[in-house]
Design a protein around this ligand. Structure first.
Ligand code: HAM
Length: 440
């Protein structure tokens, strides 16, 4: 009986080889930028105790209330959760390993996150983030530096226009005063609230400001604004940040309704938004979370960071895919089995010693069929080991794509095994140079 096919879980995607070069290019460029600002990598587990996220992100947030993949470990009864984000994990790791004992830290991470949201374009249940966390820095200079770093990244990636929206959430006391004013305001307009807003009125009224309901937009627009409740210190932090951004030539708009979906924030919050991705246009979100380290049991220390939604940025890069595409190998090695395979294997290893990417034909096929595979692989050169070449220890080298009639190996010719790697590597480098000078 034919077995039923199994499919991936809804909202969790495979990354297929055709798209891998795009991800690899994105990752390499991003890591370069993070390193240029002194950030070091940290990797934390995908699974953590549920309590970490409940305490870190906040019990009354969408993430903790309804989006976490939580389960009981049947072997020991522990309550566990697939990480929905990594800030709480990074802070946990810093406390656990005492990473802040002598100096502040700039850290970055990259990897999958899990949220049980309704999947749509740009929103998945397993998605990827690149994030950065600066721990132990209190001033707005580090907020500004992270924003500058992101701007540099967008430029390096050439993803086109992205807007920066900025807000300040003040400190706990200021938020409490704003919250009281907000609750009073919404209570006055109780009949205009939708069910969601009514539910949130006393648990998390700030999130009402985030509503997507068109009927509530004008009510929300006139609600008391957090910025009007900022005390002197918070206002100073916010103003200094804005001055630094202005000096650096970074444009931004202040969005007094920007509240973010996680409870750990204070002072600076921001999002980078593009209009080219439809409803899920936020490609990066972040801000300051000074209370979090203490909330998770550490010695009080300030923190600030961001996370980029990788799938969304990749979507913006997709048009440029052909630029990132590259052949699977530089050289394809053909043989006729038996003793020729042994020589072909040695030839392939010599080519790899010279730094080349090599596919050695696997299995039995006619040389003609192998040549077709070689062509399709995108390789620049074929190295052919037939009976004669094997007996002489001199594989045949043939150019597959060189457009230079004077290039080496356009007329195929034999090369001794010991010189093979260098000869082909030199020819490939020369082709590359010809192409570059041909373009100029
Ligand atoms: P977040 O706003 O929840 O923040 O997520 C950051 C980014 O991840 C979003 O702007 C979006 O691009 C992407 N993202 C979120 N959910 C999904 C999803 N379901 N599918 C695809 N992409 C998604 C955080 O996670 C904070 N930890 C950021 C942070 C770091 N704040 C301080 N440090």
């Amino acid at each position: 009986m034919k077995k039923e096919k199994l499919a991936a879980i809804r909202g969790m995607n495979d990354l297929l080889p055709a798209e891998a070069p795009l991800w690899e290019a994105f990752e390499a460029r991003t890591i370069d930028v993070l390193r240029a600002y002194g950030y070091q990598q940290i990797r934390t587990p995908l699974v953590e105790h549920t309590a970490l996220f409940a305490r870190g992100i906040g019990e009354v947030t969408d993430i903790v209330e309804k989006e976490m993949y939580s389960f009981v470990d049947h072997l020991n009864g522990e309550q566990l959760t697939l990480r929905p984000e990594a800030t709480a994990s990074v802070v946990r790791a810093c406390i656990e390993h005492n990473l802040l004992y002598d100096a502040p830290r700039r850290l970055w991470y990259m990897g999958p996150m899990f949220r049980h949201e309704r999947p749509q374009r740009g929103r998945y249940r397993q998605f990827h983030q690149v994030g950065a966390e600066a721990l132990g820095f209190a001033g707005p200079d580090v907020d500004a530096e992270q924003i500058l770093m992101l701007k540099r990244l967008w430029d390096v990636l050439e993803i086109g226009p992205v807007r920066l929206e900025l807000n300040s959430l003040g400190d706990a006391e200021e938020r409490a005063a704003h919250r009281a004013a907000l609750v009073a305001y919404f209570e006055q307009h109780g009949d205009e609230l939708d069910a969601d807003a009514r539910r949130r009125l006393h648990s998390n009224p700030l999130r009402i400001l985030d509503t997507k309901n068109p009927a509530m937009q004008s009510l929300v627009a006139q609600a008391p604004r957090m910025i009007d409740y900022l005390g002197e210190k918070s206002r100073d932090h916010f103003e200094r940040l804005q001055e630094m951004l202005a000096v650096a030539g970074i444009e931004f708009t202040i969005n007094p309704r920007l509240v973010r979906g996680l409870d750990y924030y204070n002072l600076t919050v921001y999002e980078w938004v593009t209009d080219r991705l439809g409803a899920q246009g936020t490609i990066c979100g972040g801000g300051r979370y000074d209370p979090l380290i203490e909330m998770l049991g550490g010695r009080p220390a300030p923190g600030c960071g961001f996370a980029i939604g990788v799938e969304r940025v990749i979507e913006l890069l997709r048009e440029a895919l052909p630029e990132f595409a590259r052949p699977v190998c530089d050289v394809y090695v053909l043989h006729q089995g038996g003793a020729t395979l042994t020589v072909a294997m040695r030839a392939a290893e010599r080519l790899r010693d010279a730094g080349l990417d090599v596919i050695l034909h696997a299995g039995e096929a006619s040389l003609k069929a192998q040549m077709k595979r070689a062509d399709a692989s995108g390789a620049e050169y074929a190295v052919i080991v037939g009976e004669t070449e094997a007996a002489e220890g001199r594989p045949m080298v043939k150019a597959l794509r060189s457009t230079q009639t004077t290039a080496p190996f356009v007329q195929q010719r034999q090369v001794a095994l010991a010189e093979l790697g260098q000869a082909v590597a030199t020819a490939i480098a020369a082709d590359g140079n010809e192409e570059i000078s041909g373009k100029n």
